[in-house]
Ligand binder design. Structure first.
Ligand code: PEP
Ligand code: MN
Length: 264
């Protein structure tokens, strides 16, 4: 169902009136790694909206490597995301980590994110495939493109065609970055599938200083959107501060990726 040949046209996935993936415009998902407080998410939402983003991201259920680390605000975090949407009009993208929470998360979110650690959690893929909200499905950090597209079928086969693929970096021997961002995934996925492709240069590099250049490169490579971690005070972020850009950097980045998009 994901194969390019199975459809005449590229799929367009719509999160809201202003936020679509797969059309001619590039949509930007921006926001903190985690929802941390009302003040933090409302402030960030206003600032990313002002910078030109189309959707707000923020984890309420966090899949942490360390079980003693901050696990997210849970349903309280989802309520804050919904409040931020009500004020700004931004679509809300947030992660779901277990099939049991799919119904709860889909009550608040405009798009359910499947994280890299759950990319081969087939029961979770089936659960998001059995509901109607769009899915931002991140590539597993050790999945080949072929495995990624086979696993995508678990979502599509349930009847949910609104899937946005997301390259967020894979594990290699290289350690100057947190992951190795595979930008050739963009043209390769476009060659093999009709689904839209988003690049996440934040998890893809792990360093805020590398994010703007990789965002521009991703747009030059033809991606349909970007997912960017943004925090008003990255140094004090509870999660992923090192790879989070400030709202001011986001605004500059959006202006520069627009210039790239016009040029290519
Ligand atoms: C996230 O988006 O904050 C996240 C945990 O992403 P990934 O699953 O790509 O690590
Ligand atoms: Mn993160």
């Amino acid at each position: 169902l994901a194969a390019r040949e199975s459809r005449q046209e590229r799929s367009i996935v719509r999160l809201s009136e202003q936020c679509t993936f797969g059309g001619k415009d590039i949509s930007i998902i921006a926001g903190p790694c985690s929802v941390e407080s009302e003040e933090q998410i409302m402030q960030t939402a206003r600032m990313v909206k002002e910078a030109g983003a189309h959707a707000l991201r923020g984890g309420a259920f966090k899949p942490r490597t360390n079980p003693y680390a901050f696990q997210g605000m849970g349903e309280d975090g989802l309520k804050l995301l919904a409040a931020a949407r009500a004020e700004t009009g931004l679509a809300v993208v947030t992660e779901v980590v277990t099939p049991d929470d799919v119904e709860l998360v889909s009550k608040y979110a405009d798009c359910l994110q499947i994280g890299t650690r759950n990319a081969q959690n087939y029961k979770l893929l089936e659960a998001v495939g059995a509901q109607s909200k769009p899915v931002l499905y991140k590539r597993g950090m050790s999945m080949t493109i072929d495995e990624y597209l086979q696993a995508t079928e678990y979502i599509l086969a349930g009847g949910n065609n609104n899937v946005v693929l997301c390259e967020r970096g894979i594990r290699t021997f290289e350690d100057h970055t947190r992951n190795t961002l595979s930008l050739s995934a963009v043209p390769e996925l476009h060659h093999r599938t009709h689904l839209p492709v988003v690049i996440d240069p934040s998890h893809g590099t792990g360093h805020a200083r590398l994010v703007p250049a990789m965002a521009r490169a991703a747009v030059a490579a033809g991606c349909d959107g970007l997912a960017i971690e943004v925090h008003p005070d990255p140094e004090h972020a509870l999660t992923d501060g090192a790879q989070s850009v400030t709202p001011a950097v986001l605004a500059e980045m959006i202006a520069s990726v627009r210039r790239v998009a016009e040029a290519v």
